[in-house]
Design a protein around this ligand. Structure first.
Ligand code: SF4
Length: 77
């Protein structure tokens, strides 16, 4: 597994549930319009960031390996 992930939130699908902030408070924050943003474009590869991506009800969180660009979540088929 990569040490660092590139973290993106597709704000066209984010519904502002805030679940990602609950799962990974260091990784995500909600703006005043209740849209999620990654705190930084890259994050340490942690269970909590992965849990946030997996737990997003609309799969708005996209994780890719920072070094190789390989898909982490959603996983490639
Ligand atoms: S869990 Fe998904 S839908 Fe909810 S705020 Fe985070 S990115 Fe948006």
């Amino acid at each position: 597994m990569a040490d660092r992930w590139r973290v993106e939130v597709d704000r066209s699908v984010c519904i502002g549930s805030g679940m990602c902030v609950g799962a990974a408070p260091d990784g995500f924050r909600l703006d005043t319009a209740r849209q999620s943003h990654p705190v930084a474009p890259e994050a340490e590869a942690t269970e909590s960031v992965l849990a946030a991506a997996e737990g997003c009800p609309v799969e708005a969180i996209i994780l890719t390996a920072a070094d190789s660009g390989e898909a982490v979540f959603p996983p490639e088929d």
